[in-house]
Design a protein around this ligand. Structure first.
Ligand code: C2E
Ligand code: MG
Ligand code: MG
Length: 715
């Protein structure tokens, strides 16, 4: 296309007039100005020449015998190629009616006849220039619309000075709204966005409305017909000189397909196509994150390298299709088994939960990002091995595969991802050497520890039903009278092979596994029943103290358990003393004020055990409904020789007095210690000086006599 100001030589002007002189004069003046000229002697000929030469402009007389200028102009406008061709009409001087008709039929402009021949060429050039500008504009608009439609681009505009809101046609298509029913406004636009995102999009838009400038946003639109559409929006806001928003515009693009492709690409990059499990790459990312976290929090982490035993045989005999089906089922079993494992962090989407990935072939790997103990890893490995041992149904056939699992622990076996993977792999080969269908730790020593713990744990589970637990009782003695006022019930495990196991040998495992809850309930029932039994035959009542573990105390129905024990045994509540350690009571102090209050309502005594070993806030101690503090025996051990211990013990005793709490000294082994606490005004004590914990009947004998002073009997 020629530029508007280019030499006119390229442009052809068709002069239409039945008057020969007029045609000659017009030709002359136009040719002088550099135009090419064709002539038509009437309307019919003009139409033919327009078809033939496609002129840039038509100079058209109105009065012609065959077909007048108005009709010619009307017909020209019906031709697609001449619809926009400029038509300059020559009308008789001051013939206003003709001028009006000329415009009606689509003429571009008019000149009086005869025209000023000098000015005519300028007039023509000017008309051509503006016609070109118009057609350029039309063409760029068309191109823009085309480009926008190709790019799936729509737009909206908001004039904040008058509230006018406009949307492009494409906007309606993208947003899936009916142009007839939709009332364009900022609120209406936000209303189309998926509920979950509306708030955040509004926030982002409000921000850019305040700050001005541009901002891109992605959001999902709820279309009328229900399909989802992800929209990418480029927002631009103009502020006035006072910083107020005056104009906002958004270019919107439907990026649903792109997002879907991206998701698919991401999926293929990070997940295994067959099983849908994370692949090696995602696993490595997550392993690095987990190791960072473990390092920061000083935690253990573990990876389990798993290989199916003799999987190749299945591929070879039943074909690859069967092999694939088996791998899929194996993957599902692994996931289910990890989901139900209660010994490691929360499974699933959470980054700290266990993660299972497929490395390729028949190799899987499991990440346990949050492991409390070595045996947690062993427990998961055992479950995994058990989960895979069940027969698989493939092609209607029952097949069995087993798994060999190698375990590497962070930080013991390696501190980085590479090292852990390598060592877990080595451990897996070790498991294969051990006859397959088993798991092995990388470090041999861990196999032993984990094994012992597991054996102990599985025995412990059965100990309750086999009634292997017994309670021993340690007398609590009044310092002044030397008489036994009560007993602390202390659990022992009568193990068929190991003999009498002290509580420290199994309580930590019972805590971890939750077994401490049923075990603690048993202790409560047994101790209460025992205290009632001691009263048989009208003997004076004796108090019984029971140790409560943190996990037990945290049970929502703990108060009910205590109430149940009292009710079933018939023990008077004030004869039951619950011992909670300082750490447990202080851990969630606000919450505990309530729980302790509920226990207090039952009428039981509440004591803080091992006092002085943890951290106690005095302000909380005041608010807890407590009865007594038990000074930890570690303080008594240095009394009266060690000045520091003396100072601490003296301070604790003074504090308990000011809080009006009873005091029991634990671990009194010597007369000197007894003399010391007596001097300090401590009311009660327990310790080897009088007796270690003893069976119930032996305790009753002690309770009948004044036990001071005496040598401690044997347990
Ligand atoms: P604890 O509640 O502080 O119990 C006192 C511990 O000190 C008992 O150890 C007792 O035998 C020991 N002891 C008593 N007098 C002396 C002494 O003069 N010298 C020395 N060196 N030690 C003395 P035990 O029976 O081994 O119990 C240890 C811990 O196990 C208890 O500490 C308690 O925290 C826990 N425990 C015992 N029975 C239970 C129970 O039924 N449930 C719970 N949750 N924990 C229990
Ligand atoms: Mg205790
Ligand atoms: Mg204690």
């Amino acid at each position: 296309m020629s530029r508007p100001d280019s030499p006119a030589g390229e442009d052809l002007v068709l002069v239409v007039d039945d008057d020969r002189t007029m045609r000659l004069l017009a030709r002359h003046s136009l040719e002088v100005a550099g135009f090419r000229v064709e002539e038509a002697r009437g309307g019919q000929e003009a139409l033919r020449l327009v078809e033939e030469h496609r002129p840039s402009l038509v100079l058209l007389d109105v009065d012609m015998p065959d077909l007048d200028g108005f009709s010619v102009c009307t017909r020209l406008r019906e031709l697609s190629h001449a619809r926009d061709t400029p038509v300059l009409m020559m009308t008789a001087l001051n013939d206003v009616d003709s001028v009006r008709r000329a415009y009606e039929v689509g003429a571009t402009d008019f000149v009086d006849k005869p025209p000023n021949w000098v000015i005519l060429s300028h007039r023509v050039r000017y008309m051509l220039r503006s016609s070109r500008a118009m057609s350029d504009l039309r063409s760029s608009e068309a191109k823009l619309a085309n480009a926008q439609s190709l790019a799936n681009l729509g737009w909206w505009e908001w004039d904040l000075t008058n509230g006018a809101f406009f949307c492009s046609e494409r906007f309606y298509t993208i947003f899936g709204v009916d142009p007839q029913a939709f009332q364009p406004s900022y609120e209406a636009l936000l209303g189309c966005i998926r509920d979950e995102e509306q708030f955040s999009v509004r926030q982002a838009m409000d921000e850019v409305l305040c700050s001005g400038g541009t901002r891109t946003l992605d959001y999902e639109v709820r279309r009328r017909e229900g399909s989802r559409c992800i929209v990418h929006q480029q927002t631009r806001v103009t502020l006035d000189d006072d910083g107020r928003p005056v104009f906002a515009a958004g270019a919107i693009q439907d990026v649903t397909d792109r997002k879907r492709d991206e998701e698919q690409i991401r999926f293929l990059a990070y997940f295994d196509g067959l099983t849908g499990l994370p692949n090696r790459r995602l696993f490595r990312d997550r392993l690095d994150l987990a190791l960072d976290a473990a390092r920061r929090h000083g935690r253990l982490a573990s990876i389990l390298f798993l290989d199916l035993d003799r999987f190749k045989r299945i591929n070879d005999t039943l074909g690859h299709g069967a092999g694939d089906a088996l791998l899929k089922t194996a993957a599902e079993r692994l996931e289910t088994c990890l989901r139900s494992s209660d010994c490691v962090g929360r499974p699933g989407g959470d980054d700290s939960g266990p993660l299972v990935a497929r490395l390729g072939g028949d190799e899987f790997i499991i990440l346990l990002g949050e492991v409390r103990h070595v045996q947690d890893a062993a427990r998961v490995a055992r479950r995994v091995v058990e989960a895979l041992i069940r027969p698989f149904i493939v092609n209607d056939q029952e097949v069995t595969v087993t798994a060999s699992v190698g375990i590497a622990m962070y930080p013991y076996d390696a501190e980085d991802a590479e090292g852990l993977l390598k060592n877990a792999d080595a451990a897996m080969y070790h498991a294969k050497d051990q006859g397959r269908n088993n798991y092995q730790f990388y470090a041999e020593s861990m196999n032993a520890t984990a094994f012992e713990r597991l054996v102990l744990e599985s025995h412990l589970r059965k100990a309750l039903e086999r009634q292997e637990f017994v309670l021993h009782y340690q007398p609590q003695v009044n310092v002044g009278t030397g008489r036994v006022v009560g007993a602390e019930a202390l659990i022992r495990w009568q193990h068929p092979e190991l003999g009498l196991v002290p509580p420290m040998g199994f309580i930590p495992i019972a805590e971890e596994t939750g077994l401490v809850v049923p075990m603690g309930a048993w202790v409560l029932h047994a101790a209460c029943a025992q205290a009632v039994a001691w009263q048989a035959g009208g003997k004076p009542p004796l108090r019984v103290a029971v140790n409560v573990s943190g996990r037990q105390f945290a049970q929502t129905d703990f108060v009910e358990t205590v109430a149940g024990a009292l009710e079933r045994s018939g023990l008077a509540p004030h004869l039951l003393d619950l011992e909670l350690t300082e750490t447990v009571v202080m851990e969630d102090a606000e919450e505990n004020i309530r729980s302790l209050g509920r226990l207090k309502k039952l009428g039981v005594r509440l004591s803080v055990d091992d006092f002085g070993t943890g951290y106690s806030s005095l302000s909380y101690l005041k608010r807890f409904p407590l009865n007594a503090l038990k000074i930890d025996r570690s303080f008594l051990s240095g009394v009266p020789g060690d000045a520091d211990h003396v100072a601490i013990t003296t301070a604790i005793i003074a504090m308990a007095r000011s809080l009006r709490l009873d005091l029991i000294a634990e671990g009194v082994e010597t007369e000197a210690q007894l003399a010391f606490i007596r001097e300090q005004g401590c009311q009660e004590f327990q310790g080897y000086l009088v007796s270690p914990p003893v069976p119930a009947d032996r305790f009753l004998q002690l309770a009948q006599v004044s036990v001071l002073p005496s040598t401690p009997p044997e347990e």
